[in-house]
Design a protein around this ligand. Structure first.
Ligand code: TMP
Ligand code: ASP
Length: 237
């Protein structure tokens, strides 16, 4: 599979077209961004770790019956994916309070959320990814009512698959963000699932092992991602 031309450069990944119009290449770069791109740093090995981590998780999701964009690994930091028509909203499920919900609702970090909450955000850095509801999504034509319910169903199904997987590795899946797209009219999971887009805490110590280490300047960011990968059994080298 050969890359043909750059289609889109995001904050942490670059998307390339290929000779096959139905396939794209995702390049996981070492760039790490926070605060809607306000802060960007290069972290050695992160592209490779995230690419392999993403491949591991997406394979587990496929086994669990969630259709994903991922086709195969292409190199250490590249993967071949199906081309999707992306829906510009982010789907967030939270099992434990952390991050923006603590600021928005004035609640403390670390509360178990029963049932887990679900939120939609508009993917728009300039507007700082504002929260939107199902009416906004339909009224502005970003997705239909049935596409919205399918995204919600699949986002919770991902929780059912991944919560026990992380738990068995001694980790709490605090929250995560998913993005979906359309392929032949069907809702398919796209983008990535890596410690860049979720929160993972050690079950015993509650140590943060995700991108909050970067956001909060805690250091050892990629080392934490590698620790999570090791506990899950992801092969890195
Ligand atoms: P939040 O607490 O900032 O709303 O984020 C909730 C989860 O979703 C957290 O694991 C980070 C992830 N997320 C992203 O990866 N990118 C985003 O643009 C947003 C809004 C959230
Ligand atoms: N939205 C991602 C984050 O929450 C990346 C960024 O903000 O630049 O860290």
């Amino acid at each position: 599979m050969q890359k043909v031309s750059e289609l889109y450069r995001g904050k942490a990944k670059t998307v390339y077209t290929t000779e096959d119009p139905s396939l794209l290449v995702l390049h996981f770069r070492n760039d790490t961004s926070a605060f809607d791109g306000e802060r960007i740093e290069q972290l050695d090995r992160k592209g490779m770790v995230n690419n392999k981590f993403n491949h591991f998780i997406m394979s587990k999701l496929e086994e669990g019956g969630v259709e994903t964009q991922l086709e195969s690994l292409l190199s250490d930091d590249e993967a071949v994916v199906k081309k999707l028509d992306m829906i510009p909203v982010e789907c967030v499920v939270r099992n434990v309070s952390a991050g923006s919900i603590t600021r928005r609702l004035g609640v403390e970090e670390g509360l178990d959320l029963n049932p887990p909450t679900f939120e939609f955000f508009l993917k728009n850095d300039a507007l700082h990814d504002p929260m939107v509801n199902e009416y906004h999504i339909q009224s502005f034509g970003w997705a239909t009512e049935s596409q919205i319910s399918e995204m919600k169903r699949l986002t919770f199904k991902v929780n059912d698959i991944l919560k026990p997987l992380f738990d068995a590795a001694g980790l709490i899946l605090v929250d995560y963000k998913l993005e979906f797209g359309l392929s032949d009219g069907k809702i398919v999971l796209g983008d990535e699932f890596t410690p860049d887009g979720c929160r993972l805490w050690d079950k015993e110590t509650r140590e943060k092992l995700d991108k909050d280490r970067f956001r909060q300047g805690l250091g050892s960011v990629v080392e934490a991602y590698e620790e999570v990968a090791k506990r899950l059994g992801v092969t890195l080298d």
